[in-house]
Design a protein around this ligand. Structure first.
Ligand code: SAM
Ligand code: SF4
Ligand code: SF4
Length: 346
């Protein structure tokens, strides 16, 4: 059993502190920036049950990560609420000694009916994705024509269940939802929820990303500031991905995740485990180390798994977003294949 907190550092001295675990590659949405409907149609072959990590395997991995110094684990997907009996997994993970923060990112569609059991099982908090308050724009952003009401209900229910503090993730895509941002900003200003505006990223190769579809956070900060003055706020941890701002009139804060225009690779402390058990050390990696054979083999000890993770992290030199910025051709840094967002969950 891996128990001691060693503090694992990569080649640039970055600590391994948090992990995202994807519990399904399926989703009930078809956001064009993540799972375009024309590719993920009815005939698309998702992973069979036999190839996805079981709850016992996920919990075993989580134990090892926590033994290596990880204090935060986020459950994600695909859409994590589609995984059967998810509260059972949350229950198993919430008992891990040393795990300080167990959270989940969801599109919110199934949350109203699940929030209570997730809270009871030990989930600390949720992040809910919502790209617009305009039904037509949101319907386009989720690729399924779903309306906004259900997601607003999810936010209310999560608040009542104290799955807090709740963060709201909004991906900004130029010409699609950027004209509706002020409504979202005004809706969450003065609420308990923290809105985070995310630059559209070139994750994977299926979304056809183009640099001119990215709205740099700086320009959004400027437009908000003209109407509602805001000031930068100190990060509580250097490894936080969002730049935080607070309203000068004391009505709360909002965040900006600017991985395209202002990369933060130097403080990236996150590992990701895909639904089929691969360990990725960067959102833009081509491949990950397959932990499945180790975690599935009962003769393998936790120490063996710990050694495998250690060796991957100690050799890590990822800084994809910095490299993208250094390029001048406004394309992704290379034509190599990259893991898709729905496989590792953001
Ligand atoms: N299905 C859940 C959801 O949408 O919240 C969890 C998985 S989703 C992959 C995690 C987060 O990644 C969401 O907030 C989503 O908006 C964001 N995301 C997906 N593709 C993205 C992209 N190309 N650029 C920026 N953010 C993206
Ligand atoms: Fe599904 Fe989330 Fe990807 Fe949208 S961003 S397609 S909700 S996994
Ligand atoms: Fe971390 Fe890779 Fe994103 Fe840089 S590009 S912040 S290394 S996930």
């Amino acid at each position: 059993m891996a128990t001691q907190k060693t503090g694992l550092r990569d080649l640039f001295g970055r600590l391994l502190q948090d992990v995202r675990i994807s519990v399904t590659d399926r989703c009930n949405f078809r956001c064009p920036y993540c799972m375009p409907a024309e590719i993920f149609g009815e005939r698309y072959q998702f992973l069979p049950q036999s190839e996805i990590l079981s709850f016992e395997e996920i919990t075993r991995l989580a134990h090892v990560f926590v033994g290596l110094g990880v204090t935060k684990i986020r459950i994600t997907g695909g859409e994590p609420l589609l995984r059967s009996n998810l509260p059972e997994l949350i229950q198993m993970m919430s008992n891990i000694d040393g795990l300080e923060d167990l959270s989940l990112t969801t599109n919110g569609y199934l949350l109203p009916q699940m929030a209570h059991s997730l809270k009871e099982a030990g989930l600390n908090r949720v992040t809910i994705s919502l790209d617009s308050l305009d039904d037509d724009v949101f319907g386009e952003m989720n690729g399924r024509g779903f309306g906004v009401d259900k997601i607003l209900e999810a936010i209310d229910v999560a608040e009542k269940e104290e799955l807090t503090p709740i963060k709201i993730n909004t991906v900004v895509k130029r010409g699609v939802n950027d004209h509706t941002l002020m409504d979202l900003i005004e809706h969450f200003k003065g609420s308990n929820q923290i809105l985070r505006l995310i630059e559209y990223m070139d994750v994977g190769t299926l979304n056809g990303w183009q640099m001119d579809e990215v709205v740099p956070s700086k320009s959004i900060v400027e437009s908000i500031n003209e109407k509602y003055p805001i000031s930068p706020k100190q990060k509580t941890k250097n490894s936080e991905t969002a730049d935080r701002y607070q309203y000068n009139d004391g009505t709360g804060e909002l965040g900006f995740i600017s991985s395209v225009s202002e990369p933060f690779c130097a403080s990236c402390t996150r590992a990701r485990v895909s639904t089929d058990g691969k360990l990725f050390t960067c959102l833009f990696a081509s491949d990950g180390m397959d932990l499945m054979p180790l975690v599935r083999d009962t003769s393998t000890t936790d120490k063996d798994i710990e050694n495998a993770i250690t060796s991957v992290w100690e050799h890590r030199s990822d800084q994809y977003s910095e490299e993208r910025t250094a390029q001048t051709n406004e394309q992704s840094p290379s034509n190599k294949s990259k893991v898709e967002m729905y496989q590792i969950g953001g």
